[in-house]
Design a protein around this ligand. Structure first.
Ligand code: GDP
Ligand code: MG
Length: 163
């Protein structure tokens, strides 16, 4: 069976944008409104001749902060159950949020391999923004830009090491 890679993170960090980049098609809906990915999306993908299934986790938008956290946690739990490797996406332009910390704790406890993607690093001037994410305690932060399709090769090199 092909390994399963899940993309996890709070709404609006760019999970669906990254999913589309990796699968090479615009299957996931990218929206400015947080939480627009209502159902989880699966697609087959490949990197350096290695095939895997990629999951884009979503979540429904909530006004209520606690409900939002619950929804993110639920999606993360599903992903943890199914995934062999988890791509944990955070937003390099925002920095670490309470939701990021909540997801990080769950992922850390799961003991699944985690690859940390700091998204929205759209140019080299932003590279210094990745270092604070070491404090999430889930390993080395990989700078990526889903919008500009940069850093994704290095990220996937790290992902497939865990297969
Ligand atoms: P999701 O909720 O985590 O699936 O995030 P989306 O992929 O829907 O993206 C949320 C917003 O972030 C959209 O407005 C995207 O255009 C924007 N976005 C995604 N990736 C990048 C990126 O690399 N750089 C910038 N500047 N914006 C991005
Ligand atoms: Mg999405």
């Amino acid at each position: 069976a092909n390994p399963v890679v899940a993309i996890v993170g709070r709404p609006n960090v760019g999970k669906s944008t990254l999913f589309n980049r990796i699968v090479g098609e615009r299957l996931a809906i990218v929206e400015d409104v947080p939480g627009v990915t209502r159902d989880r999306l699966y697609s087959k993908a490949e990197w350096l001749g290695k095939s895997f299934y990629l999951i884009d986790t979503g979540g429904i938008a909530f006004d209520d902060h606690d409900a939002l956290i619950d929804s993110i946690r639920h999606q993360a739990e599903l992903a943890i159950d199914e995934a062999d490797v988890i791509i944990f996406v955070v937003d390099g332009t925002v920095g670490i949020t309470e939701e990021d910390q909540s997801v990080a704790r769950m992922l850390f406890r799961s003991k699944k391999p985690i690859v940390l993607a700091v998204n929205k690093i759209d140019n080299t001037k932003r590279l210094h923004d990745i270092y604070e994410f070491y404090s999430l305690g889930v390993g080395e932060p990989y700078p990526v830009s889903g919008a500009h399709a940069t850093g994704i090769g290095d990220l996937l090199d790290e992902v497939i090491k865990h297969f």
